[in-house]
Design a protein around this ligand. Structure first.
Ligand code: MRU
Length: 360
């Protein structure tokens, strides 16, 4: 079968949102920079284009970045399927390097590249064309497994959310951040599908506005009630008893259960503890980095100052004022009420419980 014919029917899209899809031998990414104003897909034909799309936030969210990187490898392999084994192998190596350099914090990127690399190693002396076909199958598999993991997470997590709950989330950990269904928003979707009446509160999530632009839009697509607040309002709402639970995603979880997630998550976790509100993290096992002893070792991406000085071409801060832009922070494990994974719920996660989870 020709590569072009292996269509993305292998990627199930259980929500209205098509974050990534395989069409006519190319990877199409929903351009999240344009949402909610425009729903447009951009097509990528090379690993370099895919790496740039990840770096420039066309696609974002830890699991989505991992799936996208896997397709980046598959695209490059397809491009070189008629090359000699030596040219194929060095070209593929450059693709791995470009993709690994795209963004540093979400471990799913490196996890997915490792899976693709393992397949290359196991294939030994396979012909480039055969290997290219197998790499595309593996990319499809990674995407399908991500959706399945999110659905399993949703089923486990839904049981934790009471009917009528007002659930606070931060950033976007939805279908837009995964191959489909979502992690934190997946739990909310599953709870709603199970008949619970939930309402969601999301903060804007400065500076890139994933909450205001993406989560508000994504939940609206599914008809789930959502209220937008600014990043500095959650403490007030918690103090007035207007938030029943917090649920967020993760970009990397260390061996001791510390969680790196979108900047601002740590602040929310501290507030939730102060107000005795459960703070849940929903993430697949591919977000756990057991090679890092604690969150201190998690690399935190720092993006350009212009993202803080303004948005969308408009700068409201004084021109050239110094600004910091670390885009993730680390929430210590002891602030996490429970970690929701595809293998079940881990209450009060710590080193021992994370190790046991990974052994399952
Ligand atoms: O910078 P982003 O938009 O890639 O950051 C995304 C997040 O922090 C998400 O909360 C995280 O990746 C979990 S997504 C299921």
């Amino acid at each position: 079968m020709k590569l072009e014919q292996r269509e993305s029917s292998l990627i199930p899209h259980p929500s209205a949102v098509e974050t990534l899809r395989w069409r006519a031998g190319r990877l199409e990414l929903l351009d999240q920079r344009l949402l909610p104003a425009r729903v447009e897909h951009v097509a990528c034909g090379t690993a370099r284009e895919v790496a740039l799309a990840i770096r420039d936030m066309v696609v974002r969210g830890a699991p989505a970045i991992g799936c996208t990187a896997a397709y980046g490898v598959a695209l490059e392999a397809a491009r070189m399927r008629d090359a000699s084994p030596a040219v194929f192998s060095s070209g593929l190596e450059r693709a791995f390097e470009a993709l690994a350099a795209a963004r540093p914090t979400a471990v799913n990127l490196f996890w997915a590249l490792e899976r693709m690399r393992a397949l290359v190693k196991a294939a030994g002396q396979a012909r480039p064309a055969d290997l290219a076909a197998r790499l595309l199958d593996e990319a499809h598999r990674i995407a399908s497994e991500d959706v399945a993991a999110n659905r399993a997470m949703g089923a486990h997590g839904a049981a934790l959310i009471a009917d009528g709950a007002r659930v606070f989330t931060h950033c976007n950990a939805g279908a837009l951040a995964t191959a489909g269904h979502g992690t934190a928003l997946g739990v909310i979707r599953s709870a709603v599908a199970a008949g619970k009446h939930l309402s969601v509160i999301v903060d804007e999530t400065r500076p890139f506005l994933q909450g205001a632009r993406l989560t508000a839009w994504e939940l609206g697509q599914d008809g789930i009630p959502v209220t937008l607040i600014t990043d500095n309002m959650s403490g007030h709402l918690m103090s007035r008893g207007e938030i029943d639970a917090v649920i967020v995603g993760a970009d990397r979880i260390a061996a001791n259960g510390d969680v790196a997630n979108k900047i601002g998550t740590y602040m929310i976790a501290v507030l939730a503890r102060r107000h005795r509100i459960p703070f849940y993290v929903a993430a697949p096992l591919s977000s756990i980095d057991s090679s890092l002893a604690s969150g201190e070792a998690i690399p935190i991406e720092e993006r350009g100052a212009s993202e803080v000085r303004g948005y969308g071409g408009l700068e409201w801060a004084p021109a050239g004022v110094a600004a910091r832009n670390p885009v993730f922070d680390v929430t210590p494990a002891d602030l996490v009420t429970a970690l929701i994974t595809e293998k079940g719920v881990v209450r009060e996660p710590d080193r021992g419980k994370i190790a046991a989870l990974l052994r399952q």
